[in-house]
Design a protein around this ligand. Structure first.
Ligand code: PSZ
Length: 500
């Protein structure tokens, strides 16, 4: 496995790495160390100022003059970041277990990605951004094969790239609507009246259809995606949205295997609710599709079991409506399988699977049946970015060459047992330690205690995320290893005694 680095480390890149990382000398020694998935990254966090420090605070003040900066935590130094370590503008270096809202696949400044950018053969891809739907580059097909079809969910062979997660959700929704209407028309062309009325948002051309979504679901912030998002009021307030059905996402007890009877009853109740809602909306605005995350992320890392997803697929098929699984956060290997829904043993592939984040490009896979017959239906100027596909192709190669799914399983088990051990040491503070692969989390008694824990961890140079109301979540890279877990676990146990 070490050999893949040897081939990539031609001299110029090695010089660059030396500039980026003061410790880059370590590289020469560790390329042959097969167990090290990111040779040359720092070996520990280093914190010497408050975070945000003086440099970050100054930049923040300047940026605030031109935009709202309320969400900015600190300014990063991406040049100095490496692997699992994120450097900030004040020279602090953090172990990053949150990775740009779960979107860094193989670490900062991965040598293979640096090499891809520096490869002259890729130059035109990086400097010319085409209108991909109309004038695709001649190597597009081979790129799509290497980057996307190669890792397509089993049984899905159609793919459409898009810019971001929300954009992929929106077009996935449109694919479900147009497929539903095509079926309703029984193959007939739309009428003159359909064509006229759609322009002014009136039926029959603008049909009153709906997408069923789930409580605590998160699918993005553009209007169609926001309509199926039900997390924080801050995301929703003041924005008009359609009155579409919202079913309860199962609220299971953890560890799942200790509460199988209760959890089964809860999932049956939720499946029944889905059936009822579909029935109830038949007259008013029929459900054309359902949208759900395999594991809810922003809504609080909520799990449902394979039984639930199998049941949903049955309901979708009985009602001839689409089932879109949103793998924007769960995809690209983080659960130990490339796609989280591969854990579900579905009878059939899901109808549509959206991706973004670690996949570097947005987009969705789908069944033939969800393909539009006409051009320009699922379309925009860029429909994605070939430069990102070049990088993804490299990411996919690294995932395979280094067997990173296996690494995720090992690292994930260690994270989970670290959280479980901490939970048994601090039972008043921690509950519901849970995880699949490295998609791991634990609950605090309140938002305040959770936020305090995150702040204390940051002081130790360990950067983690929040989700739901009082959940701490881990979203590391795919090259996060047991040695990184050790750093987290030690810091976590250390700070917990100070959380009040
Ligand atoms: O605050 C935000 O806007 C956040 S925090 C995390 C996300 C967004 N996640 C994005 C996301 C997601 O987790 C799932 C399951 N589906 C869709 C999206 C939307 O992706 P983007 O942000 O690329 O539009």
């Amino acid at each position: 496995m070490g050999s893949i680095y040897r081939s990539a480390f031609h001299a110029s890149i090695f010089q660059q790495l030396k500039r980026f990382w003061p410790r880059a000398g370590v590289l020469e020694r560790s390329v042959s160390n097969v167990s090290d998935l990111f040779p040359g990254e720092p070996s520990a966090p280093k914190v010497h100022t408050e975070i945000p420090g003086p440099n970050s605070r100054k930049l923040l003040q300047e940026l605030d003059a031109i935009q709202n900066t309320g969400a900015v935590q600190f300014f990063a130094d991406y040049e100095k970041s490496a692997g699992n370590y994120l450097a900030d503008a004040d020279g602090n270096v953090m172990l990053d277990l949150y990775t740009q809202i779960a979107s860094i696949p193989i670490g900062y400044n991965h040598p293979r990605l640096l090499a891809a950018v520096q490869d002259k053969a890729n130059l035109s891809t990086f400097v010319n951004r085409p209108a991909l739907g109309c004038f695709p580059p001649k190597d597009l097909l081979s790129r799509l094969r290497g980057a996307l079809l190669d890792v397509a969910p089993p049984g899905l062979n159609q793919v459409q790239t898009m810019a971001c997660g929300a954009c992929s959700i929106e077009h996935g929704q449109k694919a479900m609507f147009l497929t539903y209407m095509r079926r309703l028309r029984g193959g007939a062309d739309p009428t003159e009246e359909d064509m006229r009325s759609c322009i002014v948002n009136q039926p029959p051309g603008t049909p009153d259809l709906s997408i069923l979504s789930f409580s605590n679901g998160f699918h993005g912030r553009t209007m169609g995606a926001l309509a199926v998002t039900h997390t924080k009021p801050l995301h929703k307030l003041d924005f008009p949205g359609p009155n579409w059905p919202i079913a309860t996402f199962p609220q299971l007890k953890y560890p799942l295997e200790d509460f199988t009877t209760e959890n089964r009853a809860e999932e049956d109740r939720c499946l029944e609710e889905v059936r009822d809602l579909i029935e109830k909306f038949k007259k008013k605005s029929p459900v054309a599709g359902m949208i759900i995350e395999p594991i809810q992320g922003e809504g609080g890392d909520n799990f449902a079991t394979p039984y639930f997803f199998q049941g949903l697929q049955d309901i979708a098929q009985e009602n001839e409506i689409g089932l879109l699984l949103d793998e924007v956060q769960t995809g690209c290997g983080v659960t130990g399988k490339f796609w989280a829904h591969e854990h579900f043993n579905l009878r059939d592939p899901p109808d549509l699977v959206t991706f973004s984040k670690k996949m570097l490009t947005g987009g969705f896979f789908f069944k033939d049946q969800f393909r539009s017959k006409e051009p320009y239906r699922i379309f925009n100027t860029w429909v994605g970015d070939p430069a990102k596909i070049v990088l993804l192709e490299e990411v996919v190669k690294v995932i395979k060459e280094q067997n990173l799914l296996n690494n995720v399983q090992l690292t994930g088990q260690k994270f989970l047992s670290g959280l479980q051990n901490a939970q048994s040491r601090y039972p008043a503070l921690l509950s519901n330690a849970r995880g699949l692969g490295t998609y791991c989390s634990v609950d605090f008694p309140s938002p305040a205690t959770r936020d305090q824990a995150i702040a204390l961890l940051r002081k130790k140079g360990v950067h983690v995320g929040a989700c739901g109301s009082s959940t701490l979540r881990l979203r590391p890279t795919l090259v996060c290893q047991p040695k990184h877990v050790d750093i987290f676990v030690e810091s976590f146990n250390d700070i917990l005694k100070d959380v009040k």
